[in-house]
Design a protein around this ligand. Structure first.
Ligand code: AHR
Ligand code: AHR
Ligand code: AHR
Length: 481
């Protein structure tokens, strides 16, 4: 059985079932998600390998060979057509054209389920999915349940990495108009014990960790690599649960009455579904989503325990974030551009600016050093790498507003993440293309001989699709200095 078969036998069926990694019904063999590729704008649907099974990640890899891919649709498996697509502007604009949010890159969250490769949805700041016309979801004070499997190590403090019930007009329409899972270390509203991240309920104008609108010590910091996060809500009752999605059972972090502050009892749920954003399209948050469902009715603890057992049996595990020629930690390297007309240029820095410069064996030592980088274990994720300057020890290539800079490691989580890059096989067939860890759609690119973390088309000039594959492909070899 799948999670939604279990909810159905418990009398609280799924009204939406979203997953890019696996079928959530035993009999489901339809599409899980749609990807769109950068080379020609074509789309394809990715289905499970067999009914009830794991996604056919090889079909995605094949379709996206030598180009980039975005996740355009996360299909609803419930049969109700409650699909998630690119979120429109609301109280806040997203970063794409016309205020839409970004779509997730398709390769940002590779995992295995029972040994078979699949991809989750890696939500960078600015990314969001939504459905404002959902069939069958809870409205008003009606009961519902929901869970999501997330990456407990990928989060931030911005508003709001959510999955769940939200406003149908993408605006903040008041207290009690949402009921969604939140995950992260935002402390503007509620918080739990420790320094986070926490599972909380986004009930609109508040992230709740319990009845008290501020701190509830019973809600623990949780950072399991694979995290089950669960919220349910009914008439004057709601609960928060969590657990390790890879083993063991769920724990209850809150189970009780609605918050006493006004507007949350009764609730005024509207029934849209959001992923990766807040109810008003606040879109600064980050996180990773693998699967999640929304139910009608208040699921029993017994049902939820069976769902957790089903998730554990799916055997989520990590897999490599890199491909192509391997980079050796500790080695000193240079990056040669492969775009025709620029192949004598190497990734270098002039002060804080990262650029390309013409370098050769007869160049001055200063220039050779400016074009030489030491490979370090990724400061923000040890499965990827960081690039330390040869001539400025302690300074690394980072992105900031998607420009590349050379900057000293200030020890912050933001710096470490911005300075972490995952080398992949070169998109033009040569060397490596090196994506930003925190923005899987963005690669180290030269444009006008300056360095950027660029996406394959987008709102910035440096995101130009023209010559993208060549501009992001680098031949890596032993450094000049
Ligand atoms: O409740 C927290 C956030 O507040 C909601 O997600 C958003 O709509 C509002 O800004
Ligand atoms: O480069 C994009 C973002 O810009 C970085 O993640 C952040 O540090 C800066 O605001
Ligand atoms: O960086 C040099 C060139 O500038 C790139 O190849 C091109 O895309 C841009 O015009």
């Amino acid at each position: 059985a799948g999670p939604c078969d279990i909810y159905a036998s418990g009398g609280t069926p799924c009204i939406a079932a979203h997953s890019t990694t696996r079928a959530l019904y035993n009999a489901y063999s339809g599409s899980l998600y749609q990807v769109k590729r950068g080379s020609d704008g074509a789309t394809t649907n990715i289905a499970p390998l067999s009914a009830g099974g794991v996604a056919n990640a090889a079909a995605q890899d094949n379709f996206c060979t030598n180009t980039t891919c975005l996740i355009t649709i996360i299909y609803d498996q419930s049969g109700r057509g409650n699909h998630l697509t690119q979120a429109p502007p609301g109280g806040f604009n997203g970063p794409e054209a016309n205020g839409y949010d970004n779509l997730a890159g398709a390769i940002g969250a590779p995992v295995t389920l029972n040994g078979q490769k699949a991809y989750g949805v890696f939500v960078s700041p600015g990314t969001g999915y939504r459905n404002n016309a959902v069939s069958g979801s809870a409205t008003g004070d009606a009961a519902e349940g929901m869970y999501a499997v997330l990456d407990g190590t990928h989060y931030n403090g911005a508003c709001c990495f959510d999955y769940g019930n939200a406003e149908t007009n993408s605006l903040d329409t008041g207290n009690g108009h949402m009921e969604a899972i939140y995950f992260g270390d935002n402390t503007v509203w509620g918080s739990g014990s420790g320094s986070g991240p926490w599972i909380m309920a986004d009930l609109e104008n508040g992230l709740f960790s319990g009845a008290n609108p501020k701190n509830n010590a019973a809600d623990p910091s949780v950072s399991y690599r694979f995290l089950t996060a669960l919220i349910k809500g009914g008439a004057n009752k709601w609960a928060i649960k969590g657990g390790n999605a890879a083993s063991g059972s769920l724990s209850t972090y809150y189970d009780g009455a609605r918050p006493s502050v006004s507007g949350y009892n009764p609730m005024s749920k509207e029934g849209a579904i959001i992923l990766g954003i807040g109810g008003d399209n606040s879109n600064g948050a980050q996180g990773t989503f693998y699967e999640g469902v929304m139910t009608t009715g208040y699921p029993s603890d017994a049902t939820e325990n069976s769902v957790q057992a089903n998730i554990v049996a799916a055997r989520y595990a990590t897999t490599s974030l890199t491909s192509g020629p391997a980079l050796t930690v500790g080695s000193s390297i240079s990056f040669r551009a492969t775009t025709a007309g620029y192949t004598d240029r190497y990734l270098a820095h002039t002060g804080a600016t990262v650029n390309t410069q013409v370098v050769s064996s007869s160049s001055a030592t200063t220039l050779k050093q400016q074009a030489s980088w030491t490979v370090r274990t990724g400061l923000g994720n040890s499965a990827c790498v960081s690039f330390e300057s040869k001539d400025t020890a302690g300074s690394y290539i980072r992105h900031y507003d998607f420009g590349l800079q050379l900057a000293a490691n200030d020890g912050s989580k933001q710096f470490k993440e911005d300075a972490t890059f995952c080398p992949l096989a070169g998109l033009n067939g040569q060397g490596n293309s090196i994506r930003a860890w925190g923005y899987p759609t963005r690669y180290i690119r030269h444009y006008g001989n300056v360095g950027y973390a660029a996406s394959n088309s987008g709102v910035h000039t440096f995101d130009s699709a023209t010559s993208f594959n060549d501009d992001v492909s680098w031949v890596i070899s032993t450094s000049f200095a």
